[in-house]
Design a binder for this molecule. Structure first.
Ligand code: ZN
Length: 332
């Protein structure tokens, strides 16, 4: 290819990598921690090393930069990468934010606004907590034909919780909430604020936003949008946007679909996101985004997991086609 065309191609076509994190947390004693360990993406030390690597090998950018480049503004740097977090756990503020600030890496925090408002733990987390701590002997969920003894050991209970969540997420969102609430009542464990599973506050998000971090939507109640009735789905999308704009006093351009697998959103959800004024959205499907793309409402991500050492992380970001998790069961 002619040199001119090569450089033109480099300007026009780029691979946008988007990393997906949930929690950054040191769990020293897993037995004293009763929430979902699968939500812990990295320890503070792992995260620090990963962000150093990102700075060395990539050009960390914001979604805002993608929008600017897409509308003819400043082109993207050669190796664009965006760091994202889903849900809104307060370790994002206490642990990840200071590291990002120190290293000068921007990030996007997708938060479920209802949990920022209430301070209550996320529903799937609470389900894991209940199963880890309940004194009940059996787990019965008629909607799923599920009836199993609850193991004595914490490891056994975590495995059971993982299996239950896998099946539960196939149900419609209202039934999911009903099942979780019913188990809570039967076991005398109604959701309550808990230091190990605390959402960030609006003040914390405003501070991060003022320091150059981006904040986006992740629904209101973290319901799976494709599993809601149309009016409820549209309300989740619009209300999350409205609340974020009000609390941040700034435009909100991007959302990520709760859970985010192929079954968690559809053409109606994408339509609702456009109608609400979002300009891009992330799913939780593994992949790199070749820009320019027609799929700005289905941006794929690379999920970071706590079992990845730095070599694996480096390989996964460099060659995601080979090293990223292909099939995964995750809460998103
Ligand atoms: Zn989520």
């Amino acid at each position: 290819m002619l040199p001119g065309l090569t450089s033109l191609r480099q300007v026009l076509r780029k691979d946008l990598r988007i990393l997906a994190y949930h929690r950054v947390l040191q769990v020293d004693e897993p037995t004293a921690f009763a929430f979902d360990l699968n939500e812990v993406s990295a320890s503070p030390a792992q995260f620090y090393a990963q962000m150093q690597l990102v700075k060395r090998h990539y050009d960390p950018i914001r979604f805002h930069d993608v929008l600017v480049a897409g509308s003819g503004g400043a082109p993207l740097p050669p190796r664009p990468l965006i760091v994202t977090f889903d849900d809104g756990y307060d370790d994002n503020y206490h642990v990840a934010f200071p590291i990002l600030r120190e290293l000068g890496v921007p990030a996007m925090f997708f938060v479920s606004t209802g949990h920022i408002d209430s301070g209550q733990p996320y529903a799937y987390d609470w389900l894991v907590y209940m199963l880890c701590r309940t004194g009940a002997r059996r787990l019965s969920v008629s909607e799923l034909d599920f009836d199993q003894p609850i193991p004595e050991t914490l490891t056994g209970r975590r495995a059971l919780a993982k299996e239950l969540l896998f099946h539960l997420k196939a149900l419609d969102a209202v039934t999911q909430a009903t099942v979780i609430a019913r188990l809570g009542e039967a076991w005398g464990m109604r959701p309550e604020k808990h230091a190990q599973c605390r959402p960030m506050t609006w003040d914390q998000l405003r501070e991060m936003h003022a320091a150059g971090m981006e904040v986006g939507a992740h629904g209101v109640h973290h319901h799976i949008l494709a599993k809601l009735a149309p009016a409820a789905m549209i309300a989740e999308v619009h209300d999350s946007m409205r609340t974020l704009r009000r609390e941040l006093g700034a435009p909100v351009d991007v959302m990520s679909y709760p859970v985010g697998g192929p079954d968690s959103y559809n053409a109606q959800v994408i339509d609702a996101a456009r109608q609400a004024g979002f300009r891009m959205a992330c799913n939780y499907v593994t992949g790199v985004n070749r820009l320019p793309t027609a799929a700005y409402f289905e941006l794929q991500r690379l999920s970071v997991e706590s079992e990845m050492d730095l070599d694996w992380f480096a390989a996964m970001t460099a060659l995601p086609e080979v090293f990223a998790h292909r099939k995964r069961v995750r809460l998103g």
